[in-house]
Design a protein around this ligand. Sequence first.
Ligand code: SF4
Length: 751
Amino acid sequence: AIVPERAAHETRSTCPYCGVGCGVIVESVDGRITGVRGDPDHPANFGRLCAKGSTLHLSAAPELAPQIRALHPELRTARSAPRQAVSWNDALDHLARRFAGIIAEHGPDSVGFYISGQMLTEDYYVFNKLAKGLIGTNNVDTNSRLCMSSAVAGYKQTLGADAPPCSYADIDDASCLFIAGSNTAWAHPIVFRRIEQAKAARPAMRLIVVDPRRTETAEFADLHLQLLPGTDVALFHAMLHLMIWEDLIDPAYIAAHTTGFNALRELVRDMTPAKAAGICGLREADIATAARWFALGGPGAAAATRRPTLSMYCQGLNQSSCGTAKNAALINLHLACGQIGKPGAGPFSLTGQPNAMGGREVGGMANLLSAHRDLSNPDHRAEVARLWGVDDVPAARGKTAVEMFEAAARGEVKALWIACTDPAQSLPDQALVRRALEAAELVVVQEAYVTAATVAYADALLPATTWGEKEGTVTNSERRISRVRASVRAPGLARHDWAIAADFATRLEALLPRRAAPHGAGPMAPSGRQLGGRPTLFPYTCAEQVWNEHRESTRGRDLDITGLSWSILERDGPQQWPYPEGARGGKTRLYENATYPTADGRARFAATPYAPVAEACDARHPFALTTGRLRDQWHGMSRTGSVPRLFGHAPEPCIDLNPADLARRGWSDGELLRVSSRRGDLVLPARASDGLRSGQAFIAMHWGAEYLAGRGAEGQARLGVNGLTLPVFDPQSFQPELKHAAVRLEAANLP
Ligand code: SF4
């Protein structure tokens, strides 16, 4: 509950930044958040916080609100006119009429919702039901598409369900840790502290890091495989080749618990470590060492005395045009060696955002369905329709993130509702995204921060609450569900995301032809609000009611949380799923009995060949650009950008280049360079970094148009790093290849 004014108070909540999901204790006095400290009882962090988490209170200072927060609903009636402040009733009535009109004229797929892994599970649930249940479109996708969708597809393809098998506690039991495509030290700092602690306690533990850059994480490794961008599948296949050749695999596990090994063995027969060394730019001996350590849990063991290997991975595998293949090829290694389902062993994807996992659980994506049901399965669609009390859920996959904006640019998606995310900075090919935002008939932006670049395109701006003001739940990387609690009142007229969506949905429900089945609002819905004498599909009066409806939808599913009420979360603290009715706790580790959620109970090897990056470097665009996070900033800096001390680590954006590349061209550190791809260009100061190989470049993702305009950049050069990236995506996960683009560099020669 929100604390009364003038009372000093402490509230247990969860950090809203990364997927580690650290528990925080929020201190507030007189309705103002005055401090944050780590929650010593939270199993994700045991009291620790990183630089971002420990400065949360500074980003929530009330005096910042007039500059950075959206405070009132605003509408504009013409693109050329400024938005005017309006009441919530006027804003939502207007939007319901506009959506109803567009749907009546062009059909349900002419509207789309682009939401966010920053949202709470309850927010996600209502948006998903609004699109798929009320309107009858699967056009609901999220910025988690840019983050974890390849991990989802990789798990489903091999293990049968989107269920990360491991926990942070496995770090303490691992003999070998294999980190691929993750600068854990910066992107998941509190997990990295645990890795450092484990290594200090057990110096024999081996750490292998696979990354094209020599990051802080790679510096700490026993073996750094500094491979060429996008060549991970070749590396993993070559490791399996050597494991087979040297009898390091676990034939008994393969025979009893998996299918598809013969096809995979045939595929990797040709990928020798020598061949992969050429593709990946690595030493053959290093590939062999990595394979032996992975298979046996470090040096000095034999197959009979195998020790546990844990792999952790993130955007380097996911943000790729072959992200699913990369995830699956890594999971293949675990299955081949029986390195799964026991303490310290298994594949463990790290989620980028605080609640990318919760969004997956409610099925809040264009190709997913609630509670890990399958959109292509008619029985699953009928089950969800029955639970929601609607006639059906459409079968056709909706438009995923990039597709939704491409469709808007073509005029097919006419109304875009964007909530809690900033596509005008974060999606690839920014020129295309901005054309889409201009072409759409109606752009609704539901947002806490007016500093988001997308706000400039909003026909309707709906002010939302944010961290410190919201109630609900999030799920972190290890399937642990934590409560987010309000400490203070929201500024201005800001409302909770789920409440805005539900209020809009109720109004739209009155205008659309009835899609509800004769039994009304479905068996799960709480009784309460009515719509013209009949039950509405959105009767919620608090976030807990939404949670309870979501819980019920998971009954009998692999992520069953029917036993996890808010009162249990209150009593026992954060819990891992599954947590079915009657359980006394969640599950630390999945697949301990080697039974998988597939038709035959066996895991499946994936035999997908190596494919190079989508856009090869050539003479015109000779540099391989990659993008990523910095230690002390978060996404587009809506929050962290308001905390001056967080700029101490990296005060401004730059392009990192190998010193030899700078010297060869006669450029110096700090010189302004124009970076051009086939889609746009960008002007940034150069910085020498020997963490990159020659021919490679790195730009952080955080800075966007506003900063770059201030540096004298013009036109497209203001669009931030995603003015350069390409909208090509993985055919299974639909995740775009944000980790690689071919670029050329020249001196900027600005006036
Ligand atoms: Fe927050 Fe992630 Fe830092 Fe933990 S590690 S305090 S969740 S940003």
